[in-house]
Every structure is written in structure tokens, then in C-alpha cells.
Write a protein that binds this ligand. Structure first.
Ligand code: SF4
Ligand code: SF4
Length: 361
């Protein structure tokens, strides 16, 4: 099994993953917080996180609750960092911000799943070629009932930073994770050491104070959740602190010292789509359904739907403090989607209350 583990990690690198490691399937203490976190409602409208198995146990609270047959987990990580500025380096409030993982060329789910499945296939073929029965395996990229970052920590791929992201000393935190659950007990790697030290930059920089504690997030306050997952109205007390975010938020990663020298990926799939880096708000606010489909058909951004992006653009225009957006907001005020219309009205009121607002604009 030791040589198979070595082979599997090499095959992952052959497929373009930057890192690979093996995590154990035993209960992990980092998941002990999960039931109380769900009970407290910190997952908001992400009901899938609260799904239970046939005996009522939270699926994500332990690997045995979802795949009791699994004996080890192969964790693979891809560097998606592109040659584009960080959100904290840009201050033009008339432009919006799309999260780094979403302004690249490829939709990582499909791409990485294909690569992961090739690793899985080689693993199964290798076992069968040695005269053993084909092992049971499952592959996931972001969509499985497992907490990938905890598995990544135990595979040695990286440690969980205080910003709740996986960090690697060489690559930083711009990492997509994929996992292969395996029936075979491949020998686990050593967990990664925590290198956050006394730093608290990420916790201090969060504009909506979304961290309950280091590594523990109240998702209902996080801009990533608010701009992508939240389908109903964004609480008014949070809108002002959402800044110009259109889809996701990178602030707690942008400020991390480990990302200062994070290398850029050479994979063309993760090259930045320049039109999506810091896009003008009026362009996004004027997108038609057809333009939205064309622009984002191969992008994670489609998850937010056009109505979600327009709602977020309305908030961002209100937060810009720039009255030039009033005509765009008045268009959105009449939008057929009530959430878009209501958030546009909120922003109009905000801009009109500004001391130098011209009522005739
Ligand atoms: S993604 Fe943004 S809002 Fe969410 S915790 Fe990080 S800094 Fe805060
Ligand atoms: S900003 Fe500091 S505390 Fe936060 S994840 Fe990075 S090193 Fe850790």
C-alpha cells in the first residue's frame, strides 16, 4: 500500500495537481464543532450542509456518516492563482469585484473532476492488475458531503488558516481541492503544521466581522455567502459593509502574508479573464439574460443567477457613493425580480441621502 500511495500521489501531479496527500478516514477532532455550528444556524440558507444520513447523523460531521467503507482519502490541490491584482490593491468603487476563483477561464468543478477521475482510474487499474478486487472509490470536487479542508489538513496538503482556508507554505491559499475516498487503507501522511502564529490579519480585515473565532465562520455574515448562496434579501445592516463585491470575497486571503508571494499558475485553464477582473458596475448592471448566459455558461458565476448578480451590483452601486449610478439603479428599481428592485431602492435612497446629491439627477 505504501508504493500504491506513492504512485497515486505521482499520478495526481502528472494530472496537473500541485499537491497531493493521503488523509486517514478516522474521526477528526476538527469536525467536532460541526453539529453545534449547524444548530446555531451559522450555515444560513445552505441547507445541504445540514443533510443527515439514514440514522439522522449529519453527513459532513464524520466520514463514517457518509462512506463507512472508506479507509483513506486522497486529497489533491490545484493552484489557481492568476496574474491579476488582489482586491485589496484596487480601490475604484465604480468597479465591482468577482472572486479570484471565479474570474478564471475554466469552471474548476468539471475540469478538476475529470483530472481526479483519471487518477482514480489509474489507481483502480493498478489494484486490479495485481490480482486484487477493484476498490470502491468516490471522487468529489466541492460538491461532496465531506469537509475537504479538514481532510486536506490531515493529508499534509496545508494547514487551516485562521481565515478557514487551506494554506500551503509554498503556494499560499489559492487552492482548489478534490478528494478521492478509497476503500483501501493507504498510509496517511502527517498533518500539516499550523503556520499562522500570532497573526490575525484576516480576522481584523473582514468587513462584516464574519469570524466567530479563528477558523470558525458565521457564514450568514460572510460576503461570499451573501453574494452567492443567499437567495433572499441581504440584511440591511450588512449591505453597507459589502463594498463592491459582486460574487464572492477574497479579502481574508488577499491580506494573508502567505499569499504575498503566491506563485501564479501556468495552467491556461486558470488564466484570468481580463474583462471579469474589476469590471465596471454599469456593465454588469446592464447585462441581459442572453449576455449573462454567454458570459458565464462555463463559470461558477452562473450559480448566483442573473438576478443575484444584479442584486449584488445594485448594492455595490449604492456603496460606491457615486450618483452617476442613479439612472442604472432606477432601471433596476423596475426589475421584474422583487429582490433586485428592493435592493436598487435601498441604494437609490442611500445615494440620494448623500449631502451633495442633486435631486434632479
Ligand atoms: S470572505 Fe470576506 S466576508 Fe467572508 S470571512 Fe473572508 S473577509 Fe470576511
Ligand atoms: S492572515 Fe495570518 S492568521 Fe490569517 S490565515 Fe493568513 S497567516 Fe493565518
Amino acid at each position: 500500500m505504501t508504493s500504491l500511495a506513492k504512485f497515486v500521489k505521482q499520478w495526481a501531479l502528472d494530472e496537473g495537481f500541485a499537491l497531493a496527500g493521503i488523509a486517514p478516514s478516522t474521526p477528526l477532532r476538527e469536525l467536532e464543532y460541526f453539529p453545534a455550528w449547524i444548530d446555531a444556524g451559522f450555515h444560513g440558507e445552505m441547507d445541504y450542509l445540514a443533510r443527515t444520513n439514514e440514522v439522522g447523523k449529519l453527513r459532513r460531521a464524520a466520514l463514517e456518516n457518509v462512506a463507512p467503507w472508506a479507509r483513506s482519502v486522497v486529497v489533491c490541490a490545484t493552484n489557481y492563482n492568476s496574474d491579476a491584482p488582489y482586491s485589496t490593491q484596487e480601490s475604484d468603487r465604480s468597479r465591482g469585484w468577482i472572486s479570484r476563483y471565479a474570474f478564471v477561464e475554466a469552471d474548476y468543478h468539471d475540469l478538476l473532476l475529470k483530472r481526479l477521475r483519471r487518477v482514480e482510474q489509474r489507481m483502480v487499474e493498478h489494484v486490479v492488475s495485481e490480482g486484487r478486487p477493484a476498490p470502491r472509490t468516490w471522487c468529489y470536487v466541492d460538491t461532496g458531503p465531506v469537509v475537504e479542508r479538514v481532510l486536506a489538513q490531515h493529508s499534509g496538503v496545508g494547514w487551516t488558516g485562521k481565515n478557514a482556508c487551506i494554506l500551503n507554505q509554498k503556494l499560499g491559499s489559492w487552492l482548489f481541492l478534490g478528494v478521492i475516498l478509497s476503500e483501501y487503507a493507504l498510509p496517511p501522511d502527517l498533518p500539516a503544521a499550523d503556520c499562522c502564529g500570532s497573526c490575525t490579519r484576516c480576522l481584523d480585515a473582514c468587513p462584516t466581522q464574519a469570524f466567530i473565532a479563528p477558523r470558525e465562520l458565521d457564514a450568514t455574515r460572510c460576503i461570499s455567502y451573501l453574494t452567492i448562496e443567499k437567495r433572499t434579501a441581504v440584511p440591511e445592516e450588512l449591505r453597507g459593509n459589502m463594498g463592491r463585491h459582486l460574487f464572492g470575497c477574497d479579502i481574508c486571503q488577499d491580506v494573508c502574508p502567505w499569499n504575498r508571494r503566491a506563485p501564479v499558475s501556468h495552467d491556461p485553464a486558470f488564466a484570468a479573464r481580463l474583462e471579469l477582473v474589476n469590471p465596471p458596475l454599469e456593465w454588469i448592471a446592464g447585462l441581459t439574460p442572453e449576455e449573462f448566459r454567454k458570459l458565464f455558461h462555463n463559470s461558477p458565476i452562473k450559480r448566483a443567477k442573473l438576478s443575484g448578480i444584479l442584486r449584488n451590483a445594485a448594492i455595490a452601486m449604492g456603496n460606491s457613493g457615486d450618483r452617476k449610478f442613479l439612472p442604472h439603479l432606477r432601471n433596476l428599481e423596475n426589475h421584474e425580480n422583487p429582490a433586485v428592485a428592493e435592493h436598487a431602492r435601498w441604494s437609490i435612497a442611500k445615494l440620494e441621502m448623500m449631502p451633495d446629491a442633486d435631486p434632479n439627477t
